[in-house]
Design a protein around this ligand. Structure first.
Ligand code: 13P
Ligand code: SF4
Length: 354
């Protein structure tokens, strides 16, 4: 549905009043009505860099989810304030790894006598606490666009990787991009004693994958791929690496949201694409490329938004911008200094990966 014109006018007026003081970041999964007001859009890697690149902006309004706003706070100056328009915009995957659980996991690895060989690699989609754990133990952060580079680096530092919290991105990168086998990977289940693993399994594994996943990307199945291939001959299947391994293995192309956009920009006229990622982005791309005669469909038959990304809507954005314009800071996300210093180590390691 088109946006309420009154709200659009209010958002414009508040943003104009704030001028260069405010910088609005929009993740690709945000609603159209929000993306319209974003100064930049991007995947989580690009947005982390973009936030760090605007030291002059007093307010960074992050239209995305909680962990992204935390990362922006870590990477921006102390005098800059990062704001999340709805505090309930979390990420179910990031919530699957808590600091306590990860500390317990490290104890298990220590008892198995392997902790010294293990380098933690944490997906951007994790809390600041997990990023701090990663920095403290000599590891790095990665995103879906640099996971292979992060793993290459980690395997130069140690023999094993503890990959948090997305088992699928970890497995897909290890098997698809680095030539490991499925047997090189084990899954650590934080809800079971010793992660549900024997000491021998831990000692033999190269990749210790945390048992987390994205509920949005987890909905795509091998059936979704087979169905779309039967329905649309010559379709190119392009999926995000948060999808299950069997989906990624059956796809033609795999990449981050930024990769997906670039692939479609470069696609020839008349080509057909089924995309396995969040629906706001897929719909926007389908509309954008229809004029170029590129047919773009959603990989699954059921509707699949990220419900927490969708919490940021125009009313929340208007409220945020109007409050800031009136001199009132709302919904500030602030990581404590101790956590920030270790998390920053891990994030900076990522930003300096070759
Ligand atoms: P990217 O934007 O890094 O591709 O990640 C997708 C995602 O799920 C963000 O939450
Ligand atoms: Fe988290 Fe998945 Fe939503 Fe991304 S799409 S924010 S990983 S739940």
């Amino acid at each position: 549905a088109p946006s309420d014109p009154d709200l659009v006018a209010r958002a414009r007026a508040a943003k104009e009043k704030l001028g260069d003081k405010v910088f609005v970041l929009g993740h690709h999964y945000q609603r159209d009505e929000v993306i319209e007001f974003a100064d930049v859009t991007g995947d989580s890697f690009k947005l982390a860099r973009d936030a760090a690149a605007r030291p002059d902006a007093e307010y960074i309004v992050f239209c995305g989810v909680h962990f992204m706003a935390e990362s922006a706070d870590i990477l921006t100056g102390d005098d800059q304030q990062v704001i999340l328009p709805d505090l309930a915009a979390g990420c179910s995957m990031a919530d699957m790894a808590t600091a306590e659980q990860v500390a317990e996991c490290w104890d298990v690895l220590t008892e198995a006598g392997i902790a010294e060989q293990v380098v933690p690699v944490s997906y951007m989609n994790s809390s600041a606490d997990i990023k701090a754990f990663t920095g403290k133990h000599g590891g790095t952060i990665c995103t879906s666009s640099n996971a292979k580079r992060a793993l290459d680096w980690a395997f130069e530092q140690g023999e094993k990787v503890l990959f948090l919290p997305d088992q699928h991105l970890g497995r897909n990168t290890a098997v698809r991009d680095m030539g490991m086998s499925l047997d090189d990977c084990v899954v650590f289940n934080p809800h079971k004693p010793n992660g549900g693993l024997t000491v021998e399994q831990l000692r033999n594994a190269k990749m210790i994958l945390w048992r987390g996943h994205c509920s949005v990307h987890g909905r795509f199945s091998l059936d979704s791929v087979n169905d779309v291939r039967a329905r649309i001959p010559d379709v190119n299947v392009l999926v995000h690496p948060e999808c299950k391994h069997e989906v990624v293995a059956a796809a033609d192309y795999v990449g981050s949201t930024e990769y997906i956009i670039k692939a479609l920009e470069a696609a020839p006229r008349g080509s057909k694409w089924a995309i396995g990622t969040e629906l706001n982005l897929v719909r926007r791309l389908a509309n954008r490329f229809a004029a170029e005669d590129k047919e773009i469909v959603f990989l699954d038959k059921t509707v699949c938004f990220c419900s927490t990304m969708n919490r940021i809507d125009l009313p929340h954005l208007v409220w945020t911008l109007e409050s800031l314009a009136a001199g009132k800071v709302v919904n500030r996300i602030e990581v404590d200094k101790e956590t920030e210093s270790f998390a920053k180590l891990a994030l900076e390691r990522m930003l300096s990966l070759p």
